[in-house]
Design a protein around this ligand. Sequence first.
Ligand code: NAG
Ligand code: NAG
Ligand code: NAG
Ligand code: NAG
Ligand code: NAG
Length: 641
Amino acid sequence: MLSRTPWLILLLLNIASAQIPTPNPAIPSPAAPPATSLAPPPAAGGQQLLVSFTPRLGRTSAPLAGSWLGLSIEWTHVDDALGTGVGASQRKDIRTGPIVAGLLESLRNSSGGWPIHIRIGGNSATRLWWQGSTLPRNPQSLWMVIPEELAILQQVAVDTFSKFVITVPMLNPDPAYAVEFLTQGILRNIAPENIFAIEIGNEPDHYVKNQRRPPTYAFPEFNAEYTNAYNAITAAIGNGFEYQGPAYAYPWTEEYFIPFIQTQKGTKFVAFHKYGQQGCSVYTNPNAVTPLTLMQDPEPEEYEWLDAIAQTSKAFNKTLVWGEGGSSSCNGTAGVSDTYVSALWTVDMALEMAYRGIQYGSISGAGQTYYAPYAVDESIGRVTARPTFYGMVMVQRILRGANSRVFRAPMDGGWATVGNSTKTWGVLHSDGSASLVIITKEAGAVSIKTANVPPVSCPNGAAAKGFVSRMSVLSSTPLTATTGITVNGQTWDGSLDGRAIGDYVEESIDPKTGIINVPGYSIAVLRVGCDAGMIGVQYTPPVPAPFIPATEPGKPGWTGNGTSAGIPGGAETDANGNVHGPKVGALVGIGIAAAVVLLGGILTVLGIQRRRRATLVDSNSHPHPYARNSAYLGKRGGEMV
Ligand SMILES: *[C@@H]1O[C@H](CO)[C@@H](O)[C@H](O)[C@H]1NC(C)=O
Ligand SMILES: *[C@@H]1O[C@H](CO)[C@@H](O)[C@H](O)[C@H]1NC(C)=O
Ligand SMILES: *[C@@H]1O[C@H](CO)[C@@H](O)[C@H](O)[C@H]1NC(C)=O
Ligand SMILES: *[C@@H]1O[C@H](CO)[C@@H](O)[C@H](O)[C@H]1NC(C)=O
Ligand SMILES: *[C@@H]1O[C@H](CO)[C@@H](O)[C@H](O)[C@H]1NC(C)=O
């Protein structure tokens, strides 16, 4: 979750003033060269723009990770975002959702085979406790993680090659909770090879706001706490893992990211969270997000502050990670985060982040909320790809695997000054080929002529060719469309296995003389290279490690004496470590009662939807009392972020 501080008011004012129509100096091009015979006629009212392969200001990003865009999923949504549906873990069904597996494979193939990073974290990581915990439960610990949820993650790794970033709880400053979760839970259910990084805590800059730490809590206390947790964890599980932190929400990112990077030597992946548009704080009005405001996000220099952070990360040999993000925070905005405009946003924002030195990003919310890249469509009872997913596929296909570098491609000498217009990016690929990306965020088409096409050498002295890929939507109301989107002519609408329907389509063009027509609200990518088609296999990951349970206590993989432990005993403590009275126990009781009612509802819904027969769970063993908090969470078994 991300909430905004008053700087957002300034941003809002900026957006408000940007909406006053003013002539855009970057657009008309009296000097544009004449169209060649290859050129389709420009659309009525369309402009012809000259776009150059020359990096604007000579600046390109650092080489990027092979799998640039992955997912961030709450602990509360393992069942429905990765498994076979709500309640799967309680039925001991640890299979990967078949449609989800296909969607993940589509993303992976689009990058040339690099494993997708899936972060399991967010607020739910702060609030979780391990089922078999012997520690006093904290009052805000409301989500019990059970072994079957971890078994689902292990199975997803085996089925899809994905790698996990596992966020461990730091609700209590005592790292015993994180250590217990890792040693008793995670490492007894997931093979270490399938863990990309262990993330220590989530959004510490919201701890005070959420009454998780005393009001005096500030960066020095957090940094000391993080060091303490890191030391305790590495002492308990050895040096075989990479770590990720601090997962700032936003309030501390600009001021306290660099000191974190400078002091936390053992943490390789340094992550921050950032959503587009307004958050859900009292300072802003989340309902003010519209398709038109989203198209103005990100603003061209909005992320300039990331430059110093990226430079420090590089100097300290760290990988900068956009750990969690989406088109607008706190569940997203209906009619915006779940419509086609979010696909346009995903591509533009990802390229902005890549340009600023972010090595990889995680889009939040699979299985839930308006901004979810995919979710169960209640009307048909199965997982469907949402528009954001198309944007993610497009990003992977634009970057084409490891070591690509992103730059701003100048357009008639300038570059887009506001988002609600034509935006251009360039990519230098590791094999010497290069791409231009044109994003039209306006209704009218533009036609594009290229300049400074790089000399790409092809085998046997063959001339380089131009290949055009597109993302577009067929709809009379394109920005708010939820279906009809295609990437390279392929759709996931109606896909029963998560695989694309339709052949992969590219257009051929002479890269030096051709004119590309880019319809309104679409993306066209001109790639200058040697071979047509989606990137082939660039990386073949090793076969994912199976989890091998040990047969004796004390050995790695020992799964203990069964999984029947319930809610742990012991006194509740608050953020200051003070013990609370018995009222929390009563709350849990109410929670279980509510959960029983909700579970009945869930099972009815599942039955109606012809889904797999559910094995009835003993209601007293329902592991998720947090479901009491809202009808939405109860129904979908989750927490909004
Ligand atoms: C953004 O697009 C809308 C609709 O096409 C238009 O009304 C508005 O003036 C545009 N804003 C800017 C800043 O170009
Ligand atoms: C991914 O690529 C492999 C190898 O080319 C292919 O067999 C598989 O069908 C592809 N999967 C999807 C979902 O496109
Ligand atoms: C950076 O880290 C990598 C692996 O984590 C290591 O191989 C390399 O030597 C490090 N470089 C520096 C300059 O510390
Ligand atoms: C969150 O989003 C979902 C749509 O995926 C919606 O059904 C639900 O009502 C939203 N919850 C809240 C609290 O806004
Ligand atoms: C767990 O099982 C082991 C081996 O069967 C046994 O020695 C031990 O007492 C058991 N522990 C608990 C807490 O039941």
